[in-house]
Design a protein around this ligand. Structure first.
Ligand code: ZN
Length: 58
C-alpha cells in the first residue's frame, strides 16, 4: 500500500476522481488528492497503481 508523499492520504482511496480514459492497456484514471496533487492511475484488471503525480496545489 502506498501513500501520497505530500499529505499521507492512502492511494487506495482516491479523494476525487477527475476523469477516466479507456486505453489499449486498460483504464487510466486521473484523481485529485486532498492536498490538490493530481494523480494518474492505471487500472490493470483489479489492480490500480499510481504511475505519476503532480505537486500539491499552491
Ligand atoms: Zn496528497
Amino acid at each position: 500500500m502506498t501513500y501520497c508523499p505530500h499529505c499521507g492520504w492512502p492511494d487506495a482511496e482516491p479523494f476525487q476522481i477527475v476523469s477516466r480514459q479507456h486505453t489499449t492497456e486498460g483504464q487510466t484514471v486521473w484523481s485529485r488528492c486532498t492536498c490538490g496533487s493530481l494523480q494518474v492511475r492505471v487500472l490493470d484488471g483489479a489492480c490500480s497503481r499510481v504511475v505519476a503525480r503532480s505537486r500539491p496545489a499552491a
